[in-house]
Design a protein around this ligand. Sequence first.
Ligand code: PLP
Length: 394
Amino acid sequence: MSDNSFHPPLRTLMGPGPSDVPSRILEALGWPTIGHLDPAFVGLMDEIKSLLQYAFQTESQLTMPISAPGSAGMEACFVNLVEPGDKVIVCQNGVFGGRMKENVERCGGQAVMVMDDWGKPVDPGKVGDALKANSNAKLVAFVHAETSTGAQSDAKTLVELAHKHNCLAIVDAVTSLGGTELRVDEWGIDAVYSGTQKCLSCVPGISPVSFSERAQHRIANRGHRVQSWFLDMNLIMAYWGGDAKRAYHHTAPVNAMYALHESLLMLREEGLENAWQRHYRNHLALRAGLEAMGLTFIVDEAARLPQLNAVTIPAGADDAEVRTRLLEEHHLEIGAGLGELAGKVWRIGLMGYASRVENITRCLGALDAVLSDMGAGINSGAALPAAEQVLSGS
Ligand SMILES: *Cc1c(COP(=O)(O)O)cnc(C)c1O
């Protein structure tokens, strides 16, 4: 056992999350803790709710942060909306769709899988066929931004399809919120969850969620009690809810909420559309550099996520050794491939505060140095000029 306090090394976080947290948000974390029912904290909760409504582009009153990571937001959507025996169309084109299936089954529901190749977006044609073949389905669930592959699916079209067949739509927006266009009300999304550690650049451990009026109606009229006590929205509402007096449900992570508030404020100051554009512009510069180096993107351009760049590992490069050297010599974290893509790709995140020019040049410079030194098959020295050309043009 050590008697020393822990001092983390300084890293640049360009993986699939957590992403770089700016000092302004870290400072907010260090403000004095107050009671979670203190009137000042209750005021903060109201502000967080309205900032989240802005971030999600929704007017829904049932919009709040769950006091646990993105996976808990996922679980909150499923346990509240799936009842035993319910049929759910689950789209899978990467790791996270597989977790949705797990959730449906653990709720006693039946998952009807619509499978697409990893790296491809969800195919609305297949979803339409599944809906026609399963006219008693209650829900459609899909991942908007599949962080395991870097593919973006057409949420608007998929939600429309779900509604056409009298289904509600559950959407995983963990990696899309704050990074790419997401319009919860306009697109009619019924249940959406996200995470704080991706494009919001906040500390990990909180999951913003929002439910439409249709979803709220279904939750209020369930035949079975929600099997999770902690995630039962009927109970959480009494704590985070509208005008009623706040009742104790659990102790909110008070300081993490300060941080979330600050990160949402920063998003509001920048403007949502500006944040989306920044993610896209920076992606174009990183992409120019990676391609000039000789790496290839695994996702077709039309479905590529600007905040998650999945590229193939060049010949002659040892996956784990490259990532270790980036971390040890350049203090830079990039992501490994997940699941089917393990050992085949790197996932380079440009999420939230990590999506900025100095990170692009830092990442390209470090990759070029390590790969050249290893004798991997890349065009040494080509990446930075290519990225700089894009940056100076914009
Ligand atoms: C990161 C992520 C999650 C899980 O979030 P945690 O905060 O790690 O629990 C879920 N879905 C997607 C698409 C993600 O990228």
